[in-house]
Design a protein around this ligand. Structure first.
Ligand code: UDP
Length: 449
């Protein structure tokens, strides 16, 4: 039996948004699979209901989040529950203020004594906890290029960004959800600026190997199993290999209802089978009425499938029938497409997604652009209106799927090759697998000093 001393306790602080929480849970699971490691995940009750813990080495620390006192609707504990994206700027800065004291108090009682904090970069308050308890704080970069969301003049936001920067200055190192072979220059430049304390451990979604893990990833376990999803798999099993376009614009998509209708008309008009995900926040009265009054579902039932709510994205992307992914280029979705070897149609909405689009289209050359030029600013959605016309969506789909084009095969082959590379990275002997060991060794050495 290994001694108590060599046991390490990592405490993880995921930011309350699916695109940040999901990869952190994957990291928690990866760490907890190693010998003699305990992981505590600090989150709020609602967010805790969105994941299932598969290891007895992972513990949950739940902190109350008085959302109403802070001016948000009751029970609103996640970015994807905000009535308007314009509240996003203050949501995170307020979360930092509200959670700090309870987190500090709870931290004191944790046993065994924590050895390391892994905190989302968006939780600068954890820097003070690390300082108080004299342990290293490692930041988790859920995105590849640090950025503020588009054009905010909000004073709160500026103050919050300054706090993040200050916390970064003193953080011990960085964990990145990417793999060195995918972005070698970026990894090496980042190492230079961070005293080599950079661990690329991704793609972390690949830790979801079996059907159940993939199916449950990010699903709210308080919501009864969705019939939509069950039927979707019955439908997709009947489709030909490499034939279906999967359309999902992330967890916090802020396109207008009119833009969604434009997407719907394009999907109906093009000849390809499709799965289209419409998340709760996008199911507006206007969109629902259009779907109902135009009998959209009835009309497309032979060639398409609508998922209203949360889709098991990683599972869908791994299905042999999926030929392309119309994505907003969120970093997780981008990596998940890469892991599945699925070429992309790129439709960035805001922030780093525009960088990711260029990376996918120009560097990896596994995508075609739908042709968006400007971001949809948080809180200014209605001003933006329809950015992409039906014909442009159809054109991008046809370009990706055109059987007569030599490019299509080349793109697909490149996507498959990169997917193989990604899989090798997280297996024994691969760079990300090795980086997880290096990280643990580093913290172990630090703790025994
Ligand atoms: N996701 C999912 N089902 C959905 C919508 C999103 O599983 O219906 C997951 C997706 O697989 C990814 C994450 O949510 O892991 C979204 O993160 P991403 O960085 O792609 O974009 P964001 O939602 O943060 O804009």
């Amino acid at each position: 039996m290994e001694s108590q001393e060599s046991q390490l306790h990592f405490v993880l602080f995921p930011l309350m948004s699916p695109g940040h929480m999901l990869p952190m849970i994957d990291i928690a699971t990866t760490l907890a699979q190693q010998n003699n490691i305990i992981v505590t995940i600090v989150t709020t009750p609602h967010n805790a209901s969105r994941f299932s813990l598969t290891s007895h080495n992972i513990r949950l620390l739940q902190l109350q989040f008085p959302s109403q006192d802070a001016g948000f609707p009751e029970g609103c504990e996640n970015f994807d529950m905000l009535p308007s994206m314009s509240m996003g700027y203050t949501f995170f800065s307020v979360a930092n203020t509200l959670l700090q004291e309870p987190a500090e108090q709870a931290f004191e009682k944790l046993t065994p004594k924590p050895n390391c904090i892994i905190s989302d970069v968006g939780f600068p308050y954890t820097s003070q906890i690390a300082n108080k308890f004299d342990i290293p704080r490692i930041s988790f970069y859920g995105i590849t290029k640090a950025h503020p969301p588009s054009s905010s003049n909000d004073g709160n936001w500026k103050e919050f960004v300054d706090k993040m920067a200050a916390a970064e200055m003193v953080s011990y190192g960085v964990i990145v959800n990417s793999f060195e072979e995918l972005e070698p220059e970026y990894a090496s430049d980042l190492k230079k600026t961070r005293n080599s304390k950079v661990w690329c451990v991704g793609p972390v979604s690949l830790r979801n190997k079996n059907h159940l893990d993939m199916a449950l990833r990010g699903k709210n376990n308080k919501v009864a199993s969705s019939i939509d999803v069950e039927n979707c798999f019955k439908w997709i099993d009947l489709q030909e290999s490499n034939s279906v376009i999967y359309v999902c614009l992330g967890s916090i998509c802020n396109l207008t209802s009119l833009q969604f209708i434009e997407i719907g008309m394009a999907l109906e008009a093009c000849e390809r089978p499709f799965i289209w995900v419409i998340r709760e926040r996008n199911q507006t009265e206007e969109l629902n009425n259009w779907i109902k009054e135009s009998s959209f579902e009835e009309r497309i039932k032979e060639k398409g499938f609508l998922i209203k709510g949360w889709a098991p994205q990683v599972l869908i992307l791994s299905h042999r029938a999926i030929a392309g992914f119309l994505t907003h280029c969120g970093w997780n979705s981008t990596l998940e497409a890469i892991c599945a070897g699925v070429p992309m149609i790129t439709w960035p909405l805001f922030g780093d997604q525009f960088f990711n689009e260029r990376f996918v289209v120009e560097i990896l050359r596994v995508g075609v652009m739908v042709g968006v030029e400007s971001p949809v600013n948080w809180g200014e959605e209605e001003k933006t209106g329809v950015l992409v016309k039906k014909e442009d969506v159809e054109r991008a789909i046809e370009k990706l799927m055109d059987d007569a084009s030599y490019e299509k095969e080349e793109r697909r082959k490149r996507a498959k090759d990169i997917a193989e590379m990604a899989k090798r990275c997280v297996e024994k002997g691969g760079s990300s697998h090795f980086n997880v060991s290096l990280l643990i060794q580093n913290i172990l050495q630090l703790s025994t000093k």
